[in-house]
Design a protein around this ligand. Sequence first.
Ligand code: HEM
Length: 138
Amino acid sequence: MAHKGRVQTVRDSFQVVRTDADAFARGFYDRLFAKRPEMRGLFADDMSAQQAKLVTTLVTAVNMFDTPSQLIKPLKQLGASHAQMGLSQADYQLVVDTIIETLETTLGSAWDVAHDRAWRGLLDFVSNVMQEGAADAA
Ligand code: HEM
């Protein structure tokens, strides 16, 4: 699919997510901690602020899908702030896969392979630039 089509697919489906962004973020962290319980201890007991931050990052990434060069600096900074945790490429992949699964559950029957490709395109970019930022900081 051409870039324009991917941007539209992501934007349209994200409108659905935004109708209940809190539930989306809760669903994501519940899934993540079910898979990797040891990650729970890295986060605060009260997850509400963290949930809001994750949603804000996604909103920014979706809004700037057309101008990804403007995302590089803030994403590298975000990655640098993760550097001390010593995360692996697999940890980042797990986060991307878990966001995808949460999107799939949220979208239900509207989810298809075009959504999977479009969202992975955006999330892989976010994940890769964060990892570059972490590597620069190390
Ligand atoms: C695509 C990948 C990721 C995104 C978009 C992301 C996003 C964020 C954001 C927006 C914050 C808040 C930063 C702030 O306070 O200014 C954060 C903090 C954090 N992230 Fe990530 N993150 C990602 C990957 C990971 C991974 C793989 C882990 C592994 C466990 C992780 C663990 C944490 C922890 C522990 C914090 C700090 C929480 C706290 O201060 O209580 N993140 N992340």
